[in-house]
Design a protein around this ligand. Structure first.
Ligand SMILES: Nc1ncnc2c1ncn2[C@@H]1O[C@H](COP(=O)(O)OP(=O)(O)OP(=O)(O)O)[C@@H](O)[C@H]1O
Ligand SMILES: Nc1ccn([C@H]2C[C@H](O)[C@@H](COP(=O)(O)O)O2)c(=O)n1
Length: 684
């Protein structure tokens, strides 16, 4: 997951390949609660690992369920099975509506004292209609802040009061279908001896989510019937039964980003055509699968099976550019946000209606989408329950935008698709970690199938003499930007080590044999470790002697040539920070930022001294200084790619700077080269 303050997406121009999607959030949290209410143990496979499932799992543990996690996507829940939950408890629900609403209802019917709260935005998301329905039954629920909103207290310390079950329980269905879902999952607890009726007041929105609830209830032994989605009956004698094992389908709304990707991105050489999605298919029980119909209407070519989809861009003039649509999105409220971004690639104006529920989600999504689409140059009209999007009229009207994401995973994911803009502009996604709510590795999945022209993938080069701090600063800058990191010196260190282990002296007579070895070095970088074949050489290549040998081997022109392709292969999405001696002069001469990092010899010798001492090696400052000056002299005087600042490099003498100050300086230079304004402080 990218936990950087922002993630810059270079202009993307093509996509192709396969993605495996994480489990559905809606299904995951329903299954977890149903397992918690059942007797016995339920093994849940393919569970989504995300912020919202985390709060549900933590809450279930707190109320007394046994939760065994395997560290992957399988979780075993031993439910309460009719027993009383552990109470009192204070439960933190984050911003997870799929945990807040159903747990409020279930805990009200289980008995006990509970306080349920969340992040500030959760305290702005309505829950009054659900609480009204539960109070109608006789439940004692108090608001701890504003009426109608969390946080709230369930005051059933003396047990569940007698419930008024004879009359149908009335609940509004036109604000959020989660209220009805919550009641449908909780009321079977009270239907042992009598049937219970629920009557929906107002037109039920998001019926597909209720369909998921009913499907999952039936997997746990509860058969609910309904009349035209307005009246629901939970039969007498209802009792939760664990299915033992259950698999969570991949998230159909997460699929929408990759369906859209397939619809807007051209293919590129060397990868299979189109995007193949695994884990969810045309038979999905999730309503958001109907996003496929909307994507087809806009021009996407979609085929699929039970648990896979394949999407290709339409032929020019037929499906490409996309066609503008006018669509009532009541059936796909979440996935419909993706259509608003697809509209950027359509001819004409796209109108999405019946989306009032967007206003009470993680953020006011209509306002958020309108604001951010306008930043890109689109013309947007918004109303209480609609949004109308007209793409920028011509190339010059597109703008490089820094997209504010409002702590809303869907805003972040759907705006990543704006990087395919025909103007070739980069897009900045602020706070990219907000995708953790449903798809923590979304950007990794995107980068695994998206393609950018090599020259568009940014590279920051940090060259300089020995022990100037290049590696330290480059690694920190890479971490702050979410970019990859190339320690090119390691390539020479490894080559020298491999040559010596093969019995080859490092000199001109062995140049071509060492170069041949370098071309096929079995080197792997794994979580900070360096492997040469099966051998962990992380420590062996870091000695002063290994540095000197690297310097010798790096003076051999054929060896340098042999390592070029390997170094170029690190230039991958979303960007690269490369440290060495010739990153800016030879390997990435077109890099948009080149830094020549230096410090006085005395200062560098002292730093190296401290570095060695801290690792438990004995050292002598004078010898170290002599060695590093000798190494610099060799590196600077060799015939090929000598150490020197690139003509367009910015020189940074960090003798009097801390590491943090040097890192900030490089980041400031990088920001100056960006077309976006600096990100504004996060809003609620
Ligand atoms: N600005 C700084 N202030 C103080 N110490 C620093 C600073 N920059 C780096 N150091 C320290 O100096 C030591 C050498 O830094 P580093 O290994 O990053 O240098 P390098 O230029 O990559 O060296 P090499 O040429 O051997 O690869 C490290 O212990 C690092 O923590
Ligand atoms: N781009 C590079 C990187 C390194 N070298 C050589 C010269 C150095 O003395 C040696 C070890 O590098 P270090 O790990 O200390 O950065 O490798 C080079 O020639 N070109």
């Amino acid at each position: 997951m990218f936990s950087t303050p922002h993630l810059d997406l270079p202009a993307l121009d093509a996509a192709g390949g396969e993605v495996h999607l994480p489990g559905s959030k809606s299904i995951s949290n329903r299954v977890l609660l149903l397992a918690a209410l059942s007797a016995g143990t339920t093994t849940v496979h393919d569970l989504l690992a995300s912020d919202d499932t985390r709060v549900m799992l933590d809450a279930l543990r707190q109320i007394g369920c046994t939760v065994d996690e395997d560290g992957g996507t399988t979780v075993r829940i031993t439910g309460l099975g009719g027993g009383a939950p552990r109470s009192p408890a204070q439960l933190f629900m984050g911003n997870a509506g799929t945990a807040m609403r159903p747990l409020t209802a279930a805990l009200s019917l289980l008995g006990g004292e509970f306080e349920l709260s969340g992040v500030p935005r959760m305290h702005e998301r309505p829950i009054g209609d659900l609480v009204d329905a539960l109070r109608q039954l006789g439940c004692q629920i108090d608001y701890l802040g504003n009426d109608g909103y969390p946080p709230l207290r369930i005051a059933h310390g003396q047990g569940v009061p007698p419930l008024a079950l004879a009359e149908p329980i009335r609940v509004r269905g036109d604000v959020s279908s989660q209220f009805l879902t919550a009641l449908l999952m909780a009321l079977p607890l009270a239907a042992r001896t009598q049937a219970i009726e629920i009557e929906v007041v107002g037109e039920l929105i998001s019926k597909p989510y209720i369909a998921i609830t009913l499907q999952l209830l039936s997997r746990f032994g509860i058969t609910v019937t309904h009349q035209d989605w307005q009246r629901f009956t939970i039969p007498a004698g209802s009792q939760y039964r664990s299915p033992g094992e259950i698999h969570v389908e991949a998230d159909a709304s997460s699929a929408s980003y990759f369906i859209a990707l397939g619809a807007i991105a051209a293919g590129h050489a060397g990868v299979p055509e189109g995007i193949r999605i695994h884990g969810v298919g045309l038979d999905s029980i999730q309503g958001d699968i109907r996003f496929v119909e909307a994507a087809r209407a806009m021009g996407a070519q979609v085929t699929g099976g039970a648990n896979w989809l394949h999407i290709r861009r339409g032929e020019p003039g037929q499906g490409w550019p996309l066609k503008a649509i006018a669509l009532d999105c009541n059936h796909i409220p979440d996935a419909a946000m993706t259509l608003a971004v697809m509209a950027l690639y359509a001819e004409g104006t796209t109108t999405l209606t019946n989306i009032a529920s967007w206003r009470v989600k993680e953020t006011d999504r209509i306002a958020a989408m309108a604001t951010e689409l306008r930043k890109l140059g689109a013309t947007v009209e918004e109303g209480a329950d609609f949004i109308r999007v007209t793409p920028p009229a011509q190339l010059a009207d597109w703008k490089a935008a820094s997209i504010h994401t409002y702590d809303d995973h869907r805003v972040a994911m759907c705006f990543s698709l704006a990087a395919f803009n025909p103007a070739g502009l980069p897009v900045r996604i602020e706070d990219p970690k907000c995708v953790a709510k449903t798809f923590p590795d979304y950007f990794e999945a995107l980068f695994s199938v998206a393609h950018a022209a090599t020259e568009r993938i940014p590279v920051i080069c940090i060259d300089g003499p020995t022990a100037s701090g290049k590696g330290t600063v480059a690694a920190a800058v890479a971490q702050r930007l979410g970019y990859r990191f190339l320690d090119s010196g390691a390539m020479y260190r490894i080559t020298a080590l491999a040559a010596l282990r093969a019995g080859l002296a490092i000199d001109a007579t062995h140049e071509s044999r060492i170069a041949d070895m370098a071309k096929t070095l079995p080197v792997h970088f794994e979580g900070g470790r360096v492997l040469l074949g099966q051998d962990d050489v992380t420590e062996a290549i870091r000695t002063e002697e290994a540095g000197m040998n690297a310097s010798r081997v790096s003076a051999l022109p054929a060896v340098r040539e042999a390592l070029v392709d390997l170094q170029h292969s690190f230039r991958r999405l979303p960007g690269l920070v490369a440290d060495g001696r010739d990153m800016g002069t030879v390997i990435f001469p077109g890099a948009p930022l080149k830094v020549y990092l230096t410090a006085s010899a005395a200062c560098r010798a002292e730093r190296r001294y401290k570095q060695l001492i801290s690792k438990g090696f004995s050292a002598n400052i004078a010898d170290l200084r002599a060695d590093l000056e000798a190494r610099d002299a060799r590196d600077s005087s060799r015939s090929v790619a000598p150490l020197k600042p690139a003509q367009d490099a910015l020189v940074l003498d960090n003798s009097d700077l801390t590491i943090d100050e040097a890192v900030e300086k490089v980041l400031a230079w990088w920001q100056e080269r960006q077309p976006f304004a600096a990100p504004v402080a996060a809003q609620g």
